[in-house]
Design a protein around this ligand. Structure first.
Ligand code: PRP
Length: 214
C-alpha cells in the first residue's frame, strides 16, 4: 500500500474527483468528516488528510510516499521531495498586495505573510530591507490596521483583496496543485508509484480531452 498525504482546503473536492477518475475511490471520504485516514476501495492507497502546509513535511520525512499540495507550500517549506506532476488545479498567484498608494521602493517595509520564507527571499532579492511578520490567516487585515505595509499572499479570485480595499502591487509566481513524492519511496516503491502517477496522468488527459471537445 502507498500512503498519500492530501491537503485540507479548497482543492480537496477537485482532488478527490481526480483520484476517482483515476480509479481510486474513497467511499467513506467526506470533506466535513473528522476522520484523518481513508482507504481506497482497491486498498492500494492509504490517504491521510492533513493541513496543507504540513504535506511537504510528511512526504519529506517519509511518513507519506506521495503528497498532493499547492506549489505555495512546497516553496515555503523548501522540502526535499520530487515534484512529479502539475495537477493544474487550485490555480492562483503569489502577489505582493497593499493599499493603493503603497510604494515598494522603501528603505524598510513591514510585510505580513503566511509564507515568511518566500516573503523574506523575495525582498532580499529585491534589495529591500523587510521585517516579516508571520501570520496564519486573514493576512489582508495587517495593512488595514497598520500592522504591516504590505502582504505576500496568494490570490485566486481577487475577492478578498477587493473587499478589503487592497490591490496587487506586484505579481510574483503562478501556483497550482502538485503531486510530490518522497525520494526514498520513489526508489523502493517505483512500480507502485509510477503506476499511480500514470493513472493520474491518464485521468488528467481525459479531463483535457473532454474539455476540448465540449
Ligand atoms: C487564501 C489567501 C487569501 C484568499 C485569496 O486564504 O490567503 O486570503 O484565500 O482568495 P481570493 O483571491 O479568492 O479571495 P484562505 O481562504 O485560505 O483563508 P485564510 O486567510 O484563513 O488563510
Amino acid at each position: 500500500m502507498i500512503t498519500l498525504a492530501l491537503a485540507k482546503g479548497r482543492t480537496v473536492n477537485g482532488t478527490i474527483q481526480l483520484l476517482q477518475k483515476a480509479g481510486y475511490y474513497f467511499e467513506d471520504f467526506h470533506e466535513s468528516s473528522r476522520k484523518l485516514v481513508f482507504y481506497d476501495s482497491t486498498e492500494q492507497i492509504q490517504l491521510i488528510f492533513v493541513k496543507a502546509v504540513d504535506v511537504p513535511t510528511y512526504v519529506e520525512k517519509g511518513a507519506a510516499d506521495l503528497g498532493i499540495v499547492g506549489k505555495d507550500n512546497i516553496l515555503e517549506t523548501a522540502a526535499d521531495v520530487y515534484e512529479m506532476l502539475d495537477l493544474m488545479e487550485g490555480k492562483c498567484q503569489f502577489v505582493i498586495a497593499g493599499k493603493e498608494r503603497q510604494v515598494l521602493e522603501k528603505k524598510r517595509l513591514v510585510v505580513a505573510s503566511k509564507y515568511p520564507h518566500i516573503a523574506e527571499a523575495h525582498f532580499s532579492k529585491m534589495g529591500i530591507q523587510a521585517e516579516i511578520i508571520k501570520l496564519n490567516g486573514s493576512v489582508e487585515l495587517a495593512p488595514l490596521i497598520g500592522m504591516a505595509d504590505v502582504i505576500v499572499d496568494i490570490v485566486e479570485t481577487g475577492r478578498t483583496l477587493k473587499e478589503n480595499g487592497l490591490i496587487v502591487l506586484e505579481e510574483l509566481e503562478e501556483i497550482s496543485t502538485r503531486l510530490i513524492t518522497n525520494k526514498a519511496s520513489f526508489a523502493t516503491k517505483t512500480t507502485k508509484i509510477t503506476a499511480f502517477i500514470r493513472q493520474i496522468q491518464d485521468a488528467l488527459e481525459d479531463q483535457d480531452e473532454n474539455f476540448i471537445s465540449k
